[in-house]
Design a protein around this ligand. Structure first.
Ligand code: GLU
Length: 307
C-alpha cells in the first residue's frame, strides 16, 4: 500500500518535473479547470497520506529524540571544513555540522553539539550522551561490529606531517622513526600497512586484525596521544618525528615550518555513526542517501571548500 502511494507520488513528481524540465508545459494543451482541480486534490491526498506513512515509520529511538526536542551530536571542533568551532563566537561550521543541522531540521528539533575526539566519540555514543557521531569517523569492518554507520558522505586519505628541517619527504624516510598518532584512530595501522605495501618494511608479523600501535616496533614505532594538539606539541618538541592522521585533520597543524610527505594512502570513508541496532540508524541512512542523491551533500562539500 505504502509502496504504491510512494510510486504514485513519485510519478506525479516525475511527470511534473519532466514537463517543467523539457519545456513541454508551454506546448501541452491547458487542461480543463475541472480536471486540473481534481488532479490537484488527488495529488494533495496522496502527499498527505505519504506524509502520514513517513511519520508512522519513525521508530521508538527516533521518536525519543523528537520528544526530547534536541538532537545530540558528537562533532570535531578543530577540523576546518568538517567540524570547527570558532573560539570567539563559539559557532560551529563545516560539512559535518551542516549535515547534522539538516538531520535536526528534518526531525523538527534543536541541535546540541559536543566536541569529541577519536578517543571519546564511541564512549559518548555508547553511554547515550550523544545520539550520533559526525566526526571524521572512518567506517571499518571492525567498527561496524560495534556501531551502525551510514553510507559514506566523504572520503579522505591518511598522510604524514613532519618538520621540514627533518628532511623527511616520503615513506622510506620514516623507517625506524617514531610517529605520533591519536588513540582510537585508524592512523597507525594505515601507516604500517602503507610502509609494507611500499616495501619499506617487511611486516612479517603484521596482522590487521590484531595490530596494536602500542606494541608495534618493526621498522616504525608509535606514541599515542589523547588529542591532536598534543601530537602537534610533541612534534615541535621533537618527542616524535612525524604526525600521522587523515589529511583533513592535519591541515590546521601544517605551519610554515612543516610539510606533508609525498604519499597519501588508506582511503578513509566517513560515515554517520549511531548505536548499533537503533532505528535512528535507518532514519539517518535515509537522510544521507537522499542528500547524496539530490546534491545536498555535494553542495555542503563545495560550500566548505572540500572539492
Ligand atoms: N578518521 C580516522 C579514524 O576514524 C582518524 C581519526 C579521527 O577521526 O580523529 O580513525
Amino acid at each position: 500500500m505504502k509502496k504504491k502511494m510512494v510510486a504514485l507520488l513519485t510519478s506525479v513528481v516525475m511527470a511534473t518535473s519532466m514537463l517543467v524540465g523539457c519545456g513541454a508545459a508551454e506546448e501541452a494543451p491547458a487542461p480543463a479547470p475541472a480536471e486540473e482541480l481534481a488532479a490537484e486534490a488527488e495529488a494533495e491526498e496522496v502527499a498527505d497520506e505519504a506524509a502520514e506513512e513517513a511519520v508512522a515509520e519513525i521508530g521508538a529511538d527516533t521518536q525519543a529524540i523528537i520528544d526530547r526536542g534536541v538532537l545530540k551530536v558528537g562533532v570535531k571542533n578543530a577540523v576546518v571544513g568538517f567540524g570547527f568551532q570558532d573560539t570567539l563566537t563559539e559557532e560551529y561550521s563545516g560539512l559535518e555540522i551542516s549535515i547534522a543541522e539538516k538531520i535536526a531540521e528534518k526531525l523538527g528539533v534543536d541541535i546540541e553539539f559536543t566536541a569529541v575526539t577519536a578517543a571519546t566519540r564511541t564512549e559518548l555514543l555508547d553511554s547515550g550522551d550523544i545520539d550520533c557521531v559526525l566526526a571524521t569517523f572512518t567506517i571499518t569492518d571492525e567498527r561496524k561490529e560495534s556501531w551502525d554507520f551510514s553510507t559514506p558522505y566523504f572520503t579522505d586519505h591518511v598522510t604524514v606531517l613532519v618538520e621540514t628541517a627533518s628532511g623527511i619527504t616520503d615513506l622510506a624516510a620514516l623507517k625506524d622513526k617514531t610517529v605520533g598518532v591519536s588513540s582510537g584512530s585508524t592512523s597507525a595501522k594505515s601507516l604500517t600497512q602503507a610502509m609494507i605495501d611500499a616495501g619499506v618494511i617487511e611486516g612479517a608479523d603484521f596482522d590487521p586484525e590484531t595490530f596494536d600501535a602500542a606494541t608495534w616496533t618493526e621498522g616504525i614505532s608509535y606514541k599515542q596521544y589523547d588529542d591532536y594538539p598534543a601530537i602537534s606539541t610533541a612534534l615541535s618538541a621533537g618527542e616524535v618525528d612525524a604526525f600521522c592522521v587523515d589529511k583533513s585533520i592535519l591541515a590546521i597543524y601544517n605551519t610554515d615550518e612543516r610539510n606533508y610527505i609525498d604519499d597519501e594512502f588508506a582511503p578513509q570513508d566517513y560515515g554517520v555513526a549511531t548505536k548499533k541496532g537503533s532505528d535512528f540508524s535507518a532514519y539517518v541512512e535515509t537522510c544521507v542517501t537522499d542528500w547524496l542523491a539530490d546534491g545536498t551533500i555535494a553542495g555542503f562539500i563545495s560550500e566548505n571548500g572540500l572539492d
